[in-house]
Design a protein around this ligand. Structure first.
Ligand code: IMP
Length: 429
């Protein structure tokens, strides 16, 4: 048995898509368990780039089953676009996708409320992706959300939509002075989605558990990253779901006794998109250099990512809250050419040293990173295939990351392509 959860160990964009795509070879089922189309997973195969927002990154391998779990919030329009784009390129067949009947849908009013909320937050804005993610999860928790089980029963859908719009139209007009929505318009639009997507809707918890019983291997694909988790991240500058490994159980309908390993993905440096604290952020030329060389622009919104040094405090936090059994370090190749590289080992605030990630926003905002400086390397790493062939200083850098986080490195990525990967230990074996 080998069921593995893949999670981001930083603020998202760690390169999970590539790692999931790579490990798909060893798995039978690939399951997304949280988030929505705020995620953008970029995969490059034979020079062809694919950006996936909702469909699990395993879709590019023929014969693998991809599942959108109950913990995901799905914008049906975006999902249909994604299916069509993959179909056009011969990368999709209908039998390979399932959507949980319990997954909630993003509705047009969620997107409008997301944008309106951000505009009234002023300096306290979160910098959301504007995809309606937060409002959709709010409705799920408030018990007013619409799920795929509702979509495929038009009577139930109409009733629930009517009820939801009573509230949403009131909020839009009274609070934001904006126009609302007509039941009829959304109903017609979503019935078309039902026609297209109905065939994929299933009880995916039963399906996944049955497959596990048969000895099939499951890979649970996280989106965003640990520091964006609604409980364990830099609250309130987080997304609205549990991005940590525990979320895989709730978001897929699988018990924790079925999870064997958790692999955290971390870049060899740090990035963040959107607002919120980021202690090792570099606002100087080195930050700009990392952004340009690492092509650090959001796959979903195109926003420039904030860049900074590697933060071992963040990784220690991620190791603990996820129970990481191993980690994948991505984009090591980007650091080639830096004469000195810094690693943050702790923070100082008002004379006190913090070795663990603090929750207090005042501490986080004022945290002065404590750095260790290491020598860099100049060699191009993009064609290195084994760990021993890495330059001495690159190996030393990886070793230090392992020591500081207490987690062993199972994989190092040195480029976008599948084969630009140094696999040290296969978690499926
Ligand atoms: P939301 O998920 O759109 O509500 O955005 C909340 C915060 O999470 C914002 O700071 C976003 O920039 C960030 N965020 C959401 N999804 C991703 C992602 O896939 N990668 C990186 N940041 C993300």
């Amino acid at each position: 048995m080998s069921n593995i959860v893949i999670v981001g160990a930083q603020w998202g964009d760690e390169g999970k898509g590539k790692i999931v795509d790579m490990f798909t070879e060893y798995a039978d089922l690939i399951v997304r368990f949280q988030g929505g189309n705020n995620a953008g997973h970029t995969i490059v195969v034979d020079g062809e780039k694919t950006v996936l927002h909702l469909i699990p990154s395993g879709i590019l391998h023929p014969n693998k089953k991809c599942i959108i779990g109950n913990g995901v919030v799905v914008d049906p329009e975006v999902l249909i676009e994604e299916i069509d784009a993959l179909k056009k390129r011969g990368r999709f067949d209908d039998e390979r996708l399932l959507i949980s009947e319990d997954a909630h849908m993003i509705m047009p009013y969620h997107k409008k409320i997301d944008a309106a909320m951000e505009s009234i937050r002023g300096t306290r804005k979160i910098g959301t992706t504007g995809r309606g993610i937060g409002p959709a999860y709010e409705d799920k928790t408030a018990r007013t959300g619409l799920r795929f089980a509702d979509l495929i029963d038009e009577k139930v859908f109409r009733e629930k939509l009517k009820f939801a719009l009573m509230e949403k139209n009131h909020i839009l007009s009274s609070l934001f002075h904006q126009s609302g929505f007509e039941v009829h318009d959304i109903y017609e639009q979503y019935m078309q989605y039902a026609e297209r997507l109905g065939r994929y809707v299933a009880n995916t918890s039963i399906y996944i558990n049955d497959e596990i019983k048969k000895g099939k291997k499951v890979m649970f694909e996280g989106a965003q990253g640990t520091l964006l988790d609604v409980d364990h991240g830099t609250y309130p500058y987080v997304t609205s779901s549990n991005t940590v490994a525990g979320g895989a159980c709730c978001g897929a309908g699988v018990g924790p006794t079925h999870i064997d390993k958790v692999i955290g993905i971390s870049k060899a440096y740090t990035t963040r998109v959107g607002e919120g604290p980021f202690p090792t952020e570099l606002t100087d030329m080195t930050g700009d250099w990392l952004r340009e060389k690492g092509q650090e622009f959001g796959a979903t919104t195109g926003r420039p990512r904030r860049c900074g040094w590697f933060d071992a405090v963040v990784l220690r936090h991620a190791a603990r809250v996820n129970g990481l059994s191993g980690m994948a370090i991505t984009k090591l190749d980007i650091l080639s050419g830096l004469s000195k590289i810094k690693i943050c080992t702790g923070y100082r605030f008002e004379g006190k040293i913090y070795n663990e990630f603090p929750s207090n926003p005042r501490v986080l905002n004022g945290a002065e990173p404590l750095y260790e400086e290491m020598d860099g390397w100049v060699e191009d790493l993009s064609s290195v295939k084994d760990i021993d062939s890495l330059p001495y200083n690159a190996k030393k850098y990886l070793k230090r990351i392992e020591e500081l986080s207490g987690v062993e490195t199972t994989l190092v990525s040195v480029g976008m392509e599948r084969d630009q990967t140094i696999l040290i230990k296969n978690p499926f074996r």
